[in-house]
Write a protein that binds this ligand. Sequence first.
Ligand code: HEM
Length: 506
Amino acid sequence: MHALKGRIAAFPYPFPEDTYRYSTNVEPANTPNTTAAGGWGATIIDIDEDYHAELAERATVLAADPTRHAVLPHMRPAAWDAMLTVMGELAGAYPDRMSLRNLGGDVWRWHNAILDDTREFRYGDEASLGQEPLAYITTQVQEDIALLDQRNEQLYVDAGVVTFAADWSFGFDVGMSFLEIHGPVPRVRRDGVITRAHDFLKRLQPHQPYRRTNWTLTIGHRLDVSTERYPDWGPDREMIQSVADDEFGRLVNLRVEVQHLIRLPDSGALMFLIRTYMLSLEELATVEDWRVRTAQVLAALPDDMAEYKGIIKYRDRAARWLTEAAPAATGGHSPREPVPGLPEWPTVPPAVDVTGASFLIVSIGQDPQTSHAARGWVRAAESAGPTRMLVLDSLAADADATALRQAYGELRTGSRILVTGSQYAVMMALAWAYDAGAISAELTAFVTDLGDLPMYCAHCRDIHRVVGAPGGVVTCPGCSRRVQIHGHHAPRLGGFLASAAAEEPS
Ligand code: HEM
Protein backbone atom coordinates (compact mmCIF):
# COMPACT_ATOMS: atom_id res chain seq x y z
CA MET A 1 0.00 0.00 0.00
CA HIS A 2 1.62 3.21 -1.09
CA ALA A 3 0.28 5.07 1.94
CA LEU A 4 2.65 3.08 4.12
CA LYS A 5 5.10 5.79 3.15
CA GLY A 6 3.71 7.52 6.19
CA ARG A 7 1.04 10.06 6.93
CA ILE A 8 3.22 13.09 6.47
CA ALA A 9 4.85 11.90 3.24
CA ALA A 10 1.43 11.08 1.76
CA PHE A 11 -0.31 14.24 3.02
CA PRO A 12 -2.06 16.15 0.21
CA TYR A 13 -0.64 19.55 1.08
CA PRO A 14 -3.13 21.96 -0.48
CA PHE A 15 -1.34 25.30 -0.94
CA PRO A 16 0.44 25.89 -4.26
CA GLU A 17 1.05 29.54 -3.31
CA ASP A 18 1.59 31.76 -0.27
CA THR A 19 -1.95 33.12 -0.45
CA TYR A 20 -5.19 31.20 -0.76
CA ARG A 21 -8.37 32.32 -2.49
CA TYR A 22 -11.33 30.29 -3.71
CA SER A 23 -11.00 29.12 -7.29
CA THR A 24 -12.34 26.41 -9.58
CA ASN A 25 -9.25 24.42 -8.68
CA VAL A 26 -9.78 21.19 -10.58
CA GLU A 27 -7.12 18.96 -12.17
CA PRO A 28 -7.14 15.53 -13.81
CA ALA A 29 -7.17 12.65 -11.31
CA ASN A 30 -4.78 9.70 -11.21
CA THR A 31 -1.74 11.91 -11.70
CA PRO A 32 0.81 11.91 -8.87
CA ASN A 33 1.42 15.27 -7.20
CA THR A 34 4.83 15.83 -5.65
CA THR A 35 5.04 17.71 -2.36
CA ALA A 36 7.92 18.88 -0.17
CA ALA A 37 7.52 15.71 1.92
CA GLY A 38 6.57 13.09 -0.67
CA GLY A 39 3.52 12.89 -2.86
CA TRP A 40 -0.08 11.85 -3.30
CA GLY A 41 -2.76 11.32 -5.90
CA ALA A 42 -1.51 8.36 -7.97
CA THR A 43 -4.87 6.66 -7.44
CA ILE A 44 -8.44 7.83 -6.94
CA ILE A 45 -9.13 5.74 -3.86
CA ASP A 46 -6.52 5.84 -1.12
CA ILE A 47 -6.22 3.28 1.67
CA ASP A 48 -3.87 4.14 4.48
CA GLU A 49 -2.97 3.09 8.02
CA ASP A 50 -6.21 4.60 9.39
CA TYR A 51 -8.36 2.31 7.21
CA HIS A 52 -9.78 0.10 9.97
CA ALA A 53 -10.18 2.95 12.43
CA GLU A 54 -12.01 5.23 9.98
CA LEU A 55 -14.33 2.49 8.74
CA ALA A 56 -15.19 1.65 12.34
CA GLU A 57 -15.85 5.32 13.03
CA ARG A 58 -18.12 5.58 10.00
CA ALA A 59 -20.11 2.56 11.20
CA THR A 60 -20.55 4.19 14.61
CA VAL A 61 -21.70 7.48 13.10
CA LEU A 62 -24.20 5.75 10.82
CA ALA A 63 -25.58 3.62 13.63
CA ALA A 64 -26.18 6.73 15.73
CA ASP A 65 -27.56 8.91 12.93
CA PRO A 66 -29.26 7.35 9.87
CA THR A 67 -29.60 10.75 8.14
CA ARG A 68 -25.98 10.46 7.03
CA HIS A 69 -27.11 7.95 4.44
CA ALA A 70 -29.73 8.77 1.82
CA VAL A 71 -30.57 7.47 -1.63
CA LEU A 72 -33.59 9.11 -3.21
CA PRO A 73 -35.55 6.50 -5.19
CA HIS A 74 -34.49 7.73 -8.64
CA MET A 75 -30.82 7.38 -7.58
CA ARG A 76 -30.88 3.62 -6.99
CA PRO A 77 -29.30 2.83 -10.40
CA ALA A 78 -26.63 5.48 -9.72
CA ALA A 79 -25.79 3.85 -6.39
CA TRP A 80 -25.07 0.55 -8.19
CA ASP A 81 -23.02 2.39 -10.78
CA ALA A 82 -21.05 4.11 -7.99
CA MET A 83 -20.44 0.84 -6.17
CA LEU A 84 -19.11 -0.98 -9.21
CA THR A 85 -16.99 2.00 -10.27
CA VAL A 86 -15.40 2.25 -6.81
CA MET A 87 -14.79 -1.51 -6.72
CA GLY A 88 -13.04 -1.25 -10.11
CA GLU A 89 -10.88 1.61 -8.83
CA LEU A 90 -9.97 -0.36 -5.70
CA ALA A 91 -9.09 -3.49 -7.65
CA GLY A 92 -6.93 -1.43 -10.00
CA ALA A 93 -5.15 0.41 -7.19
CA TYR A 94 -4.66 -2.55 -4.84
CA PRO A 95 -4.55 -5.65 -7.07
CA ASP A 96 -2.87 -7.74 -4.36
CA ARG A 97 -5.68 -7.08 -1.85
CA MET A 98 -8.81 -6.40 -3.89
CA SER A 99 -10.43 -8.05 -6.88
CA LEU A 100 -13.59 -7.61 -8.93
CA ARG A 101 -14.55 -10.36 -11.36
CA ASN A 102 -17.45 -10.65 -13.73
CA LEU A 103 -18.84 -14.16 -13.41
CA GLY A 104 -20.98 -13.80 -16.53
CA GLY A 105 -23.94 -11.56 -17.29
CA ASP A 106 -24.84 -9.33 -14.35
CA VAL A 107 -23.15 -11.48 -11.73
CA TRP A 108 -20.00 -10.18 -10.05
CA ARG A 109 -17.62 -11.37 -7.35
CA TRP A 110 -15.94 -8.82 -5.11
CA HIS A 111 -13.14 -9.69 -2.71
CA ASN A 112 -11.45 -7.41 -0.18
CA ALA A 113 -8.59 -9.29 1.50
CA ILE A 114 -7.89 -6.51 4.01
CA LEU A 115 -11.38 -6.89 5.50
CA ASP A 116 -11.67 -10.56 4.55
CA ASP A 117 -14.95 -9.67 2.85
CA THR A 118 -16.29 -11.45 -0.25
CA ARG A 119 -19.59 -10.74 -2.01
CA GLU A 120 -21.19 -12.35 -5.01
CA PHE A 121 -24.03 -10.23 -6.31
CA ARG A 122 -26.28 -9.64 -9.25
CA TYR A 123 -25.95 -6.01 -10.40
CA GLY A 124 -29.15 -4.17 -9.50
CA ASP A 125 -30.43 -6.85 -7.12
CA GLU A 126 -30.16 -5.54 -3.56
CA ALA A 127 -31.11 -8.87 -1.98
CA SER A 128 -28.10 -10.56 -3.62
CA LEU A 129 -25.73 -7.97 -2.14
CA GLY A 130 -27.47 -7.99 1.22
CA GLN A 131 -27.33 -4.19 1.53
CA GLU A 132 -28.03 -0.93 -0.26
CA PRO A 133 -24.99 -0.59 -2.60
CA LEU A 134 -23.88 2.91 -1.49
CA ALA A 135 -24.05 1.82 2.14
CA TYR A 136 -22.01 -1.27 1.28
CA ILE A 137 -19.29 0.44 -0.74
CA THR A 138 -18.70 2.99 2.02
CA THR A 139 -17.78 0.07 4.30
CA GLN A 140 -14.87 -0.58 1.90
CA VAL A 141 -13.35 2.90 1.46
CA GLN A 142 -12.39 5.77 3.73
CA GLU A 143 -13.98 8.24 1.28
CA ASP A 144 -17.41 9.77 1.85
CA ILE A 145 -19.56 9.63 -1.28
CA ALA A 146 -22.22 11.97 -2.66
CA LEU A 147 -24.11 11.33 -5.91
CA LEU A 148 -25.52 14.15 -8.02
CA ASP A 149 -28.31 13.79 -10.52
CA GLN A 150 -28.24 16.01 -13.60
CA ARG A 151 -31.58 17.27 -14.88
CA ASN A 152 -32.93 20.55 -16.27
CA GLU A 153 -29.37 21.90 -16.66
CA GLN A 154 -28.76 21.53 -12.93
CA LEU A 155 -26.97 19.14 -10.57
CA TYR A 156 -28.80 17.90 -7.47
CA VAL A 157 -27.28 16.10 -4.49
CA ASP A 158 -29.77 13.26 -4.36
CA ALA A 159 -27.81 10.47 -2.67
CA GLY A 160 -24.82 9.85 -0.46
CA VAL A 161 -23.14 8.45 2.60
CA VAL A 162 -21.39 11.34 4.33
CA THR A 163 -20.13 10.73 7.85
CA PHE A 164 -17.15 13.12 7.98
CA ALA A 165 -18.69 16.41 6.86
CA ALA A 166 -16.65 19.52 7.66
CA ASP A 167 -19.21 21.85 9.23
CA TRP A 168 -22.22 21.06 7.02
CA SER A 169 -25.22 18.78 7.18
CA PHE A 170 -25.71 16.10 4.56
CA GLY A 171 -29.19 15.30 5.87
CA PHE A 172 -30.17 18.95 5.36
CA ASP A 173 -28.56 19.24 1.92
CA VAL A 174 -30.03 16.07 0.34
CA GLY A 175 -32.19 17.04 -2.63
CA MET A 176 -30.63 20.51 -2.97
CA SER A 177 -29.09 21.82 -6.15
CA PHE A 178 -25.35 22.38 -6.47
CA LEU A 179 -25.89 26.15 -6.54
CA GLU A 180 -28.16 26.10 -3.47
CA ILE A 181 -25.66 24.00 -1.53
CA HIS A 182 -22.92 26.54 -2.13
CA GLY A 183 -25.19 29.39 -1.07
CA PRO A 184 -23.46 30.01 2.31
CA VAL A 185 -19.93 30.18 0.83
CA PRO A 186 -18.74 33.81 0.74
CA ARG A 187 -17.30 35.43 -2.40
CA VAL A 188 -17.93 32.52 -4.75
CA ARG A 189 -21.00 33.95 -6.44
CA ARG A 190 -19.37 37.31 -7.02
CA ASP A 191 -16.18 35.66 -8.31
CA GLY A 192 -18.05 33.19 -10.54
CA VAL A 193 -16.23 30.24 -8.95
CA ILE A 194 -19.33 28.15 -8.36
CA THR A 195 -21.04 28.84 -11.68
CA ARG A 196 -17.81 27.94 -13.51
CA ALA A 197 -17.55 24.77 -11.42
CA HIS A 198 -21.19 23.99 -12.17
CA ASP A 199 -20.66 24.39 -15.93
CA PHE A 200 -17.53 22.31 -15.77
CA LEU A 201 -19.22 19.50 -13.84
CA LYS A 202 -22.20 19.38 -16.16
CA ARG A 203 -19.84 18.75 -19.10
CA LEU A 204 -17.74 16.13 -17.32
CA GLN A 205 -17.45 12.89 -19.32
CA PRO A 206 -17.12 9.29 -18.10
CA HIS A 207 -13.54 8.02 -17.78
CA GLN A 208 -12.19 11.54 -17.30
CA PRO A 209 -12.06 11.80 -13.52
CA TYR A 210 -11.02 15.10 -11.98
CA ARG A 211 -10.07 16.14 -8.47
CA ARG A 212 -9.64 19.18 -6.27
CA THR A 213 -8.67 19.93 -2.69
CA ASN A 214 -10.40 21.98 -0.03
CA TRP A 215 -9.13 22.73 3.45
CA THR A 216 -9.92 24.09 6.90
CA LEU A 217 -8.62 23.74 10.45
CA THR A 218 -10.05 21.17 12.87
CA ILE A 219 -9.42 20.95 16.60
CA GLY A 220 -8.46 17.44 17.66
CA HIS A 221 -8.32 14.50 15.26
CA ARG A 222 -12.08 14.66 14.83
CA LEU A 223 -13.43 13.42 11.50
CA ASP A 224 -17.12 13.97 12.16
CA VAL A 225 -17.47 17.73 12.50
CA SER A 226 -20.92 17.76 10.97
CA THR A 227 -23.52 20.36 11.88
CA GLU A 228 -25.37 17.62 13.78
CA ARG A 229 -22.46 17.12 16.14
CA TYR A 230 -21.80 20.85 16.72
CA PRO A 231 -22.54 20.60 20.45
CA ASP A 232 -19.59 18.17 20.74
CA TRP A 233 -16.98 20.10 18.78
CA GLY A 234 -18.21 23.72 18.70
CA PRO A 235 -16.96 24.56 22.22
CA ASP A 236 -13.41 23.53 21.19
CA ARG A 237 -13.14 26.80 19.28
CA GLU A 238 -13.26 28.62 22.65
CA MET A 239 -11.21 26.04 24.55
CA ILE A 240 -8.34 26.14 22.04
CA GLN A 241 -7.69 29.80 22.75
CA SER A 242 -6.56 29.14 26.29
CA VAL A 243 -4.43 25.99 25.95
CA ALA A 244 -0.64 26.07 26.30
CA ASP A 245 1.45 26.39 23.15
CA ASP A 246 2.59 22.78 22.89
CA GLU A 247 -0.98 21.57 23.35
CA PHE A 248 -2.12 24.05 20.70
CA GLY A 249 0.34 22.63 18.15
CA ARG A 250 -0.80 19.11 18.87
CA LEU A 251 -4.53 19.84 18.83
CA VAL A 252 -4.94 22.10 15.82
CA ASN A 253 -4.99 20.16 12.55
CA LEU A 254 -4.79 21.28 8.98
CA ARG A 255 -7.70 19.34 7.52
CA VAL A 256 -7.57 18.67 3.80
CA GLU A 257 -10.22 17.10 1.66
CA VAL A 258 -9.23 15.44 -1.58
CA GLN A 259 -12.41 15.52 -3.64
CA HIS A 260 -12.84 13.45 -6.78
CA LEU A 261 -15.40 14.24 -9.44
CA ILE A 262 -16.40 11.31 -11.63
CA ARG A 263 -19.12 10.94 -14.24
CA LEU A 264 -20.58 7.47 -13.76
CA PRO A 265 -20.71 5.53 -17.03
CA ASP A 266 -24.08 3.75 -16.80
CA SER A 267 -26.38 6.11 -14.93
CA GLY A 268 -24.83 9.42 -16.02
CA ALA A 269 -24.86 10.62 -12.40
CA LEU A 270 -21.92 12.53 -10.98
CA MET A 271 -19.98 10.89 -8.15
CA PHE A 272 -18.31 13.17 -5.62
CA LEU A 273 -15.75 11.45 -3.37
CA ILE A 274 -14.54 13.29 -0.28
CA ARG A 275 -11.47 11.92 1.45
CA THR A 276 -10.34 13.69 4.63
CA TYR A 277 -6.74 13.93 5.86
CA MET A 278 -5.46 15.69 8.95
CA LEU A 279 -2.02 16.76 10.09
CA SER A 280 -1.40 18.61 13.34
CA LEU A 281 0.50 21.88 13.24
CA GLU A 282 3.26 20.08 15.10
CA GLU A 283 3.53 17.49 12.34
CA LEU A 284 3.15 20.11 9.63
CA ALA A 285 6.05 22.09 11.09
CA THR A 286 8.39 19.15 10.53
CA VAL A 287 8.31 20.03 6.82
CA GLU A 288 9.94 23.42 6.57
CA ASP A 289 8.23 24.53 3.32
CA TRP A 290 4.82 23.64 4.75
CA ARG A 291 5.50 25.39 8.05
CA VAL A 292 6.46 28.65 6.33
CA ARG A 293 3.75 28.59 3.66
CA THR A 294 0.88 27.58 5.96
CA ALA A 295 1.79 30.42 8.34
CA GLN A 296 1.64 32.86 5.43
CA VAL A 297 -1.65 31.51 4.08
CA LEU A 298 -3.33 31.68 7.50
CA ALA A 299 -2.04 35.16 8.27
CA ALA A 300 -3.23 36.51 4.91
CA LEU A 301 -6.61 34.76 4.78
CA PRO A 302 -9.37 37.39 4.46
CA ASP A 303 -11.65 37.65 7.50
CA ASP A 304 -14.83 36.63 5.66
CA MET A 305 -13.21 33.37 4.56
CA ALA A 306 -11.76 32.72 8.02
CA GLU A 307 -15.18 33.44 9.54
CA TYR A 308 -16.92 31.06 7.13
CA LYS A 309 -14.39 28.33 7.83
CA GLY A 310 -15.01 28.80 11.56
CA ILE A 311 -11.36 29.47 12.32
CA ILE A 312 -11.38 33.24 12.83
CA LYS A 313 -10.83 32.98 16.59
CA TYR A 314 -7.61 31.01 16.37
CA ARG A 315 -6.15 31.33 12.90
CA ASP A 316 -3.85 34.22 13.94
CA ARG A 317 -2.50 32.14 16.78
CA ALA A 318 -2.04 29.19 14.40
CA ALA A 319 -0.06 31.42 12.02
CA ARG A 320 2.06 32.68 14.92
CA TRP A 321 2.57 29.18 16.28
CA LEU A 322 3.91 28.02 12.91
CA THR A 323 6.14 31.06 12.53
CA GLU A 324 7.61 30.52 15.98
CA ALA A 325 8.18 26.82 15.32
CA ALA A 326 11.15 27.72 13.10
CA PRO A 327 14.03 25.29 13.70
CA ALA A 328 16.50 26.84 16.18
CA ALA A 329 19.66 28.05 14.42
CA THR A 330 21.99 26.53 17.04
CA GLY A 331 25.14 24.54 16.43
CA GLY A 332 23.41 21.45 17.82
CA HIS A 333 22.04 18.74 15.59
CA SER A 334 18.34 18.70 15.16
CA PRO A 335 16.67 15.40 14.33
CA ARG A 336 15.35 17.07 11.19
CA GLU A 337 18.85 17.64 9.79
CA PRO A 338 20.46 14.34 8.91
CA VAL A 339 24.21 14.40 9.31
CA PRO A 340 26.46 12.24 7.12
CA GLY A 341 27.87 9.32 9.10
CA LEU A 342 24.91 9.08 11.44
CA PRO A 343 22.27 6.43 11.01
CA GLU A 344 19.53 7.90 8.83
CA TRP A 345 16.64 8.44 11.19
CA PRO A 346 13.30 9.38 9.71
CA THR A 347 12.33 13.01 10.26
CA VAL A 348 8.75 12.13 11.15
CA PRO A 349 7.28 9.11 12.93
CA PRO A 350 7.07 6.33 10.32
CA ALA A 351 3.70 4.68 9.74
CA VAL A 352 2.72 1.59 11.68
CA ASP A 353 3.06 -1.61 9.64
CA VAL A 354 -0.53 -2.73 10.07
CA THR A 355 0.24 -6.21 8.77
CA GLY A 356 1.79 -6.99 12.19
CA ALA A 357 0.10 -9.58 14.39
CA SER A 358 0.52 -7.45 17.52
CA PHE A 359 2.32 -4.29 18.51
CA LEU A 360 4.67 -3.20 21.28
CA ILE A 361 5.15 0.55 21.40
CA VAL A 362 8.02 1.75 23.55
CA SER A 363 8.19 5.40 24.56
CA ILE A 364 11.37 6.36 26.40
CA GLY A 365 11.95 9.70 28.15
CA GLN A 366 9.96 12.83 28.84
CA ASP A 367 10.21 14.65 25.50
CA PRO A 368 6.67 15.64 24.42
CA GLN A 369 7.55 14.65 20.83
CA THR A 370 8.23 11.14 22.08
CA SER A 371 4.89 10.69 23.77
CA HIS A 372 3.15 12.30 20.81
CA ALA A 373 4.76 9.88 18.35
CA ALA A 374 3.93 6.94 20.62
CA ARG A 375 0.30 8.02 20.97
CA GLY A 376 -0.02 8.32 17.18
CA TRP A 377 1.35 4.80 16.79
CA VAL A 378 -0.98 3.44 19.45
CA ARG A 379 -3.96 4.97 17.67
CA ALA A 380 -3.01 3.34 14.36
CA ALA A 381 -1.93 0.02 15.88
CA GLU A 382 -4.98 -0.50 18.08
CA SER A 383 -7.25 -0.86 15.11
CA ALA A 384 -4.92 -3.44 13.53
CA GLY A 385 -4.19 -5.81 16.43
CA PRO A 386 -3.42 -6.23 20.14
CA THR A 387 -1.29 -3.30 21.22
CA ARG A 388 0.81 -2.70 24.31
CA MET A 389 2.44 0.58 25.19
CA LEU A 390 5.44 0.64 27.48
CA VAL A 391 6.46 4.02 28.89
CA LEU A 392 9.97 4.16 30.34
CA ASP A 393 11.96 6.99 31.92
CA SER A 394 15.42 6.04 30.80
CA LEU A 395 17.16 2.89 29.68
CA ALA A 396 20.07 3.78 31.95
CA ALA A 397 17.88 2.72 34.93
CA ASP A 398 18.07 -0.99 35.65
CA ALA A 399 14.35 -1.38 36.36
CA ASP A 400 13.42 0.14 33.01
CA ALA A 401 15.98 -1.95 31.14
CA THR A 402 14.59 -5.09 32.76
CA ALA A 403 11.00 -4.12 31.95
CA LEU A 404 11.92 -3.66 28.30
CA ARG A 405 13.79 -6.94 28.01
CA GLN A 406 10.86 -8.70 29.68
CA ALA A 407 8.37 -7.15 27.26
CA TYR A 408 10.51 -8.31 24.34
CA GLY A 409 10.61 -11.80 25.82
CA GLU A 410 6.80 -11.98 25.78
CA LEU A 411 6.43 -11.12 22.08
CA ARG A 412 5.33 -13.67 19.51
CA THR A 413 6.49 -14.01 15.90
CA GLY A 414 4.93 -11.41 13.64
CA SER A 415 4.87 -8.71 16.32
CA ARG A 416 5.99 -5.22 15.48
CA ILE A 417 8.15 -3.19 17.83
CA LEU A 418 8.02 0.61 17.58
CA VAL A 419 10.49 2.61 19.62
CA THR A 420 10.76 6.34 20.21
CA GLY A 421 13.05 8.41 22.41
CA SER A 422 16.49 9.98 22.30
CA GLN A 423 19.10 8.46 20.02
CA TYR A 424 20.76 6.59 22.89
CA ALA A 425 17.46 5.12 24.06
CA VAL A 426 16.32 4.15 20.58
CA MET A 427 19.61 2.53 19.58
CA MET A 428 19.76 0.51 22.79
CA ALA A 429 16.13 -0.53 22.54
CA LEU A 430 16.70 -1.67 18.94
CA ALA A 431 19.88 -3.55 19.85
CA TRP A 432 18.07 -5.41 22.63
CA ALA A 433 15.24 -6.20 20.24
CA TYR A 434 17.75 -7.80 17.85
CA ASP A 435 19.14 -9.61 20.86
CA ALA A 436 15.67 -10.97 21.61
CA GLY A 437 15.39 -12.35 18.06
CA ALA A 438 13.64 -9.50 16.21
CA ILE A 439 14.47 -8.82 12.57
CA SER A 440 14.77 -5.39 10.93
CA ALA A 441 11.40 -5.63 9.18
CA GLU A 442 9.70 -5.88 12.58
CA LEU A 443 11.33 -2.73 13.95
CA THR A 444 10.35 0.90 13.58
CA ALA A 445 12.16 3.79 15.24
CA PHE A 446 11.69 7.52 15.68
CA VAL A 447 14.47 9.53 17.31
CA THR A 448 13.35 12.77 18.93
CA ASP A 449 16.73 14.01 20.17
CA LEU A 450 20.17 13.45 18.66
CA GLY A 451 21.98 14.88 21.70
CA ASP A 452 23.13 11.57 23.14
CA LEU A 453 24.30 8.24 21.79
CA PRO A 454 25.47 4.81 22.91
CA MET A 455 29.26 4.66 22.63
CA TYR A 456 31.21 1.42 22.41
CA CYS A 457 34.63 2.08 23.91
CA ALA A 458 37.30 -0.03 22.16
CA HIS A 459 39.41 0.04 25.34
CA CYS A 460 37.05 -0.91 28.14
CA ARG A 461 34.90 -2.83 25.63
CA ASP A 462 31.65 -1.67 27.03
CA ILE A 463 28.72 0.46 25.91
CA HIS A 464 28.03 3.76 27.66
CA ARG A 465 25.59 6.59 27.25
CA VAL A 466 27.43 9.80 26.37
CA VAL A 467 26.33 13.26 25.37
CA GLY A 468 28.18 13.94 22.16
CA ALA A 469 28.27 13.41 18.43
CA PRO A 470 30.48 11.51 15.98
CA GLY A 471 33.76 13.34 15.54
CA GLY A 472 33.58 14.65 19.10
CA VAL A 473 35.93 13.80 21.97
CA VAL A 474 34.49 12.71 25.34
CA THR A 475 35.70 11.08 28.52
CA CYS A 476 34.74 7.41 28.57
CA PRO A 477 32.48 6.85 31.58
CA GLY A 478 33.95 3.30 31.88
CA CYS A 479 37.73 3.78 31.71
CA SER A 480 38.07 7.56 31.97
CA ARG A 481 40.17 7.75 28.80
CA ARG A 482 39.66 10.68 26.44
CA VAL A 483 38.12 8.99 23.41
CA GLN A 484 37.01 10.13 20.01
CA ILE A 485 33.60 8.98 18.73
CA HIS A 486 33.76 7.68 15.17
CA GLY A 487 31.02 8.00 12.60
CA HIS A 488 30.81 4.23 12.58
CA HIS A 489 27.99 2.46 14.27
CA ALA A 490 26.88 -1.13 14.73
CA PRO A 491 23.08 -1.33 14.87
CA ARG A 492 23.02 -4.81 16.39
CA LEU A 493 25.47 -3.84 19.11
CA GLY A 494 23.71 -0.54 19.53
CA GLY A 495 26.83 1.62 19.65
CA PHE A 496 29.15 4.03 17.94
CA LEU A 497 32.80 3.04 18.00
CA ALA A 498 35.14 5.19 20.11
CA SER A 499 38.89 4.97 20.59
CA ALA A 500 41.63 6.95 22.31
CA ALA A 501 41.76 10.49 21.04
CA ALA A 502 45.02 11.77 19.60
CA GLU A 503 47.12 13.68 22.18
CA GLU A 504 45.84 17.21 22.29
CA PRO A 505 48.60 19.81 21.90
CA SER A 506 49.38 21.27 25.33
C1 HEM B 1 -15.42 21.85 -8.91
C2 HEM B 1 -16.27 21.56 -7.99
C3 HEM B 1 -16.46 22.33 -6.70
C4 HEM B 1 -15.95 23.52 -6.29
C5 HEM B 1 -15.01 24.46 -7.03
C6 HEM B 1 -16.46 23.76 -4.95
C7 HEM B 1 -16.15 24.84 -4.17
C8 HEM B 1 -16.48 24.98 -2.85
C9 HEM B 1 -15.96 25.98 -1.97
C10 HEM B 1 -14.96 27.05 -2.35
C11 HEM B 1 -16.51 25.80 -0.75
C12 HEM B 1 -16.17 26.58 0.51
C13 HEM B 1 -15.17 25.74 1.29
C14 HEM B 1 -14.46 26.36 2.49
O1 HEM B 1 -14.21 27.55 2.58
O2 HEM B 1 -14.06 25.57 3.36
C15 HEM B 1 -17.39 24.68 -0.85
C16 HEM B 1 -18.17 24.19 0.17
C17 HEM B 1 -19.04 23.16 0.01
N1 HEM B 1 -19.15 22.34 -1.11
FE1 HEM B 1 -18.27 22.55 -2.87
N2 HEM B 1 -17.26 22.72 -4.60
C18 HEM B 1 -17.30 21.83 -5.64
C19 HEM B 1 -17.98 20.66 -5.71
C20 HEM B 1 -18.88 20.27 -4.77
C21 HEM B 1 -19.78 19.16 -4.94
C22 HEM B 1 -19.86 18.25 -6.17
C23 HEM B 1 -20.52 19.09 -3.82
C24 HEM B 1 -21.58 18.05 -3.60
C25 HEM B 1 -22.00 17.63 -2.46
C26 HEM B 1 -20.08 20.16 -2.93
C27 HEM B 1 -20.57 20.41 -1.66
C28 HEM B 1 -20.12 21.41 -0.84
C29 HEM B 1 -20.64 21.64 0.49
C30 HEM B 1 -21.75 20.82 1.17
C31 HEM B 1 -19.96 22.72 1.03
C32 HEM B 1 -20.22 23.36 2.41
C33 HEM B 1 -21.34 24.35 2.26
C34 HEM B 1 -21.88 24.83 3.62
O3 HEM B 1 -21.20 25.63 4.28
O4 HEM B 1 -23.00 24.40 3.99
N3 HEM B 1 -19.09 20.85 -3.55
N4 HEM B 1 -17.36 24.21 -2.15
